[in-house]
Design a protein around this ligand. Sequence first.
Ligand SMILES: *Cc1c(COP(=O)(O)O)cnc(C)c1O
Length: 429
Amino acid sequence: MKKPFVTKKQVQEIAGKYPTPFYIYDEKAIRENARRVYSAFSWNKNFKEFFAVKATPNPRLMQILMEEGCGFDCSSETELMLSEAIGAKGEDIMFSSNDTPAGEFVYANKLGATINLDDFTHVEFLEKAIGKIPETISCRFNPGGVFKMSNGIMDNPGDSKYGMTREQLFEAFKILKEKGAKRFGIHAFLASNTVTNEYYPTLAGQLFELARDLQEKTGAKVGFINLSGGVGIPYKPDQEGNDIEAIGNGVREQFEKILVPAGMGDVAIYTEMGRFMMGPYGGLVTKAIHEKHIYKEYIGVDACAVNLMRPAMYGAYHHITVLGKEDAPLDHIYDVTGSLCENNDKFAVERNLPEINNGDYLFIHDAGAHGFSMGYNYNGKLKCAELLLCEDGGCELIRRAETARDYFATFDCIGVYDDLDRIMKKKGV
Ligand SMILES: *Cc1c(COP(=O)(O)O)cnc(C)c1O
């Protein structure tokens, strides 16, 4: 059973100060999980987790992860700026971008970030952009075909836009080495949201063999192997979660089987997890404001897909707990909807839930990664606040809710923004 990390009483108190909807994150659990990750890979001397900023781009949360030893995986200019803003430096930043504008390579290089090249043509593109090839450089690999594990096909790299072919990778290493690169990395992301302890070890086995061959054939010194993201979380209550300790051990077995005999026991393992670091430790809290009985039973809440897009976008399951009714029988069947003029704006479809009354608070689980960050402003909806449930039990506002002023700010070029005070006055705010 999934249990929210806040109670109805806590939420009532918080909502008195910060109206729903809001995101809330659990500091203690974030820290404990990060420590489990570091412990699982403690056998590897220079292991580092580069938190995938896109999952939860909030500087306060990034700061917490930085205190736990994490660096940051960025793929855009603003993500780099966020990392810079909280004091992340140099090789604490991984720049795993794709289709990268030249200016972003320039900025990443200025920060001293490790640049992970998505494509063979980016070797030349990067050199043109920054006037050199950095000493530390990484390349992203795409093996093509399908990615299989013992329980079947996991994903379809042959269909994915990322990374270089094997041949391109060998060629890229040769050229980068000639141009002065000294410390090389390889990176691959072959399956998303895997809930099996086998994913990282299987991927690691393939990358370790590749790294060994690359070093042997090109003489390029492989300094790190980046297993990237893809370690998933159990969104459904009957799913069993990943055991990060077992995953760490599985990677270690491959490391000792493949890299150590090749004299590559000093290679650092990097990860770029987003979902696993933050997903379970953030929830979206929303209030039931309408019930509707037509051909189906609907509960209308004050959040919508703008706040959490995953269900609308790919039918993703997010578990819902009605706060204060944790033990009530699930004897009602509801569609839980938001207010967008889009019929896919539903947090749950035909879900068994306890009876929901107007004013009830719903806790939407596992929204801590790829939740708030996917938000948008369709229907002129504004993004909600983010709160941190602190280790000491307090509650901290870590991102205020958007206001109409934020929405209007980009119209400053046509004078509409200047008129906002008059409009706001009329609206009574
Ligand atoms: C999205 C992404 C990640 C994080 O993925 P999760 O599934 O959240 O762990 C890591 N690296 C890269 C390059 C990504 O694009």
